[in-house]
Design a protein around this ligand. Structure first.
Ligand code: SF4
Length: 189
């Protein structure tokens, strides 16, 4: 698989602590996308599905599940399907963000992904519909589908989150979509 970035532990891309994978490459290319550097299909971090499964297995005791976003995960449909299937077998929950709409998933013969996904976020990012008032989504047209029974009682927050991580070397990572980066910087100082 072509991977842009991995966070072994994150709390803002789905329920609980999750292993989060940003794939490299997106054919959809929404105007105003925050992750334009993940549009290119040029090789970034290349890992086989089995190599990814092994990395995830190292974190199994700390995580509730795996989340895929990007980039466009369904542009690597075969590998993503296999990965999610293996995660499920290993007792992990699965979440997937895609820019495709639900009808497009069916039209493009990708509906089998629904058998191995607990939560699916669908739809293009539309900058004129941007919101920071709904957990997980970036614009109000996007839809959250609780596909399996696992999270059927999950209550979605009326707010989105930014995650700051400070490592032992003092390096800070910011994840999420802050409304004002200045606000984040103020928190850091
Ligand atoms: S589908 Fe996602 S990664 Fe692709 S352009 Fe839209 S927002 Fe960006």
């Amino acid at each position: 698989m072509n991977i842009a970035h991995i966070e072994e532990h994150s709390f803002i891309y789905g329920p609980g602590c999750r292993f989060v994978i940003w794939v490299q490459g997106c054919s959809i290319r929404c105007k105003g996308c925050w992750n334009r550097e993940m549009w290119s299909f040029e090789d970034s971090i290349i890992l086989s599905v089995n190599e990814l499964i092994a990395k995830i297995a190292d974190e199994n005791e700390f995580i509730e599940g795996v989340t895929l976003l990007g980039g466009e995960p369904l542009d690597q449909y075969e590998e993503v399907s296999e990965l999610l299937k293996e995660c499920r077998k290993n007792g992990l929950t699965t979440m997937l963000f895609t820019g495709y709409e639900m009808p497009e998933i069916y039209e493009n013969g990708m509906s089998a992904i629904l058998d191995t996904t607990d939560i699916l976020i669908t739809g293009r990012y539309k900058e004129d519909k941007r919101t920071i008032n709904r957990q997980w989504i970036g614009s109000t047209n996007q839809q959250i589908h609780f596909i399996s029974e696992h999270y059927k009682d999950y209550q979605i927050d009326n707010g989105n989150y930014v995650e700051l991580t400070l490592n032992v070397n003092g390096q800070c990572t910011i994840l999420g979509f802050p409304e004002e980066i200045k606000e984040v910087m103020r928190i850091r100082s």
